[in-house]
Design a protein around this ligand. Sequence first.
Ligand SMILES: C[S@@+](CC[C@H](N)C(=O)[O-])C[C@H]1O[C@@H](n2cnc3c(N)ncnc32)[C@H](O)[C@@H]1O
Length: 246
Amino acid sequence: MFQVDYDQIASVFDGNADRLDIAVDRVLARLLAGDPDARVLDAGCGTGNYTAVQQSVHAGGRWVGFDPSPNMLSIAREKVTAVLARAVVEEMPFPDNAFAYIAANFTFHHFQDKTAALDELARVCKRGGFLRIHNICPEKMEDWWVYQLFPAAMRMDEQRFWTVARLVDGLELRGLSVEVEIEVEEVKRPLADIHTQILNRDTSQIALLDADEYAAGLQRVERQLAAAPHADIIYHIAFLRCLAKK
Ligand SMILES: C[S@@+](CC[C@H](N)C(=O)[O-])C[C@H]1O[C@@H](n2cnc3c(N)ncnc32)[C@H](O)[C@@H]1O
């Protein structure tokens, strides 16, 4: 259900500058300072952006990444020094307790079987290790531009995402202790930028729309732009930062 074809999106994925704006991971920095041989996993690594940024600032770490999309992985191979595998989170080809740090960024809503995904992530995380889940947080951003322009996307996201409470429960049930931070930002952007992003269809919410829903939203934007070419759109975006310790 709701499977996005990332092989199709791979060539335009890094064209979205927001995706390259990745902070240095301070928890990982502390971990690697104490144990430079720690095994680090980028789960659903996509084109490797998180790993590439962290490897550019932190020494050490034995890095592994995986993703189901061969096209995303082949871009990652150009950027990172890591063992990269084609796999899904629900059946990871790694032994129990294999990793001291696992990052799953902007990928949890893509997991087809989230219960199996959490079982697997908890299984491969070693005792004392960390699981970091970062994502957008739809329940705190009902006026996101995507939802304003494509109401069907919001209905799909209600099914694709878990609420924060459900995610925390799922992690605690597996014996992890969880810290959560949610940051909400107000954003004002030129509608013309949004128009380009809609045409790229590189955002999964837009990639999943059927032809009629997509055409209706696109027309809505194009009508607004015809009337006011320099118009802005104002919306909120919320980020969930979840850190679980086993
Ligand atoms: C929005 S991209 C995020 C990529 C990367 N983590 C980042 O932050 O740039 C979502 C990624 O999840 C991957 N994905 C989809 N289903 C998955 C699954 N069942 N297990 C692991 N990764 C999956 C996709 O192939 C895609 O590369």
